[in-house]
Design a protein around this ligand. Structure first.
Ligand code: CUA
Length: 337
């Protein structure tokens, strides 16, 4: 006798699994919801492969049914030679050649133009993404973390770097995957056709916190993007309040600038360091490799308990800082009055 509650449970589990699969097509971080030309081409290719494979499966099933259930006296005999020539040579040769031609042709739009308008350097690090605009232009370079802002409708070339292990840059709504490898610069073109925030994720296991190595591509109208760039290019304002000045002092006393840059503030240095550039951190939507919303509580939490938030990361925890010191640091970093 069947246990009815067990069967119900199994049904519910199946239903939940099916729903989970379906929500996977809902758009967030889905290559089946393309929002740019490269992703659209990849989705198109995927559907062609899927439909083709489904048709071939159907054909095989029909042939199997025919072989098993058709009355022997009604079967049309086929010689083995004919079967092998048609089904084993001609059919795969034609379909695979057609797929190859289509795949090579579609690679053009996936690769993008040879000279896109904008180039951004993206470096995969354990475990966050450094994003640099105009890296080679002295005085104009802007460095941010885990957030790539791009203008809508513009092809953007990403130069992908790594200086520790292999990471993989993947923002499924906009483009295919591309590895970021030490000692090599890989190139990937992305373009967003409309405004939006597109989540991306490191897609190559790169250590303990690989899963917490996300990022966001934010596509904005050109005007908004230019305004953001201008604002990012400006150095951080000197702290205006007593609390902010105290925060700057705590920043120095704890040698935070050994790893982090705050451009312009109190003469703290400019070049890239081990950790993210914290200039204008208040403008970012997320912290800690895209895993925490950017707000004051989370900022303080990362400083006090980095190893709790991301065990194994290069940032040590600062458990000895008091609540008032953390508040002062946060006020300074956020540039709050
Ligand atoms: Cu970086 Cu996985």
């Amino acid at each position: 006798m069947h246990d009815v509650s067990l069967i119900n449970r199994q049904h519910r589990t199946c239903l939940a699994a099916a729903l989970t699969l379906l929500t996977g097509c809902g758009g967030v971080q889905s290559s089946l919801a393309p929002k740019g030309p490269a992703a659209a081409e990849i989705a198109h290719l995927s559907w062609i492969m899927f439909i083709g494979a489904a048709l071939i499966l159907l054909l095989v099933m029909v042939l199997a049914w025919y072989a098993m259930y058709r009355a022997p006296d009604k079967r049309v005999p086929v010689t083995p030679n004919k079967l092998i020539m048609a089904g084993g040579l001609a059919f795969p040769a034609i379909t695979l050649t057609a797929l190859l031609v289509y795949g090579v042709w579609s690679m053009g739009s996936i690769r993008g133009a040879p000279q896109p308008e904008l180039t951004i350097d993206v470096t995969g690090k354990q475990w966050w993404w450094e994003v640099q605009y105009q890296r080679d232009v002295p005085g104009a370079a802007v460095s941010t973390a885990n957030e790539i802002r791009i203008p809508v409708g513009v092809q953007v070339r990403l130069r992908l770097h790594s200086n520790d292990v292999i990471h993989s840059f993947w923002v499924p709504n906009l483009a295919g995957k591309m590895d970021a490898m030490p000692g090599r610069v890989n190139s990937l073109v992305i373009q967003a056709d409309s405004e939006g925030v597109f989540r991306g994720q490191c897609a190559e296991f790169c250590g303990a916190q690989h899963a917490r190595m996300a990022f966001f591509v934010i596509a904005q109208p050109r005007g908004e993007f230019e305004a953001w760039m201008a604002q990012q290019r400006a150095p951080a304002a000197a702290p205006a309040s007593e609390l902010g000045r105290r925060g700057a002092q705590i920043f120095r006393d704890n040698a935070c600038m050994e790893c982090h840059t705050v451009r312009g503030s109190d003469g703290i240095a400019v070049e890239t360091r081990l950790g993210p550039d914290l200039t204008h951190i208040a403008n970012r939507t997320h912290l800690a490799g895209g895993t925490l919303k950017n707000n004051r509580d989370n900022l303080k939490r990362i400083i006090a308990d980095s190893q709790g938030v991301k065990p194994g990361s290069h940032m040590p925890s600062f458990p000895d800082l008091g609540a008032d010191e953390l508040e002062a640091l946060a006020v300074y970093l956020e540039g709050s009055p």
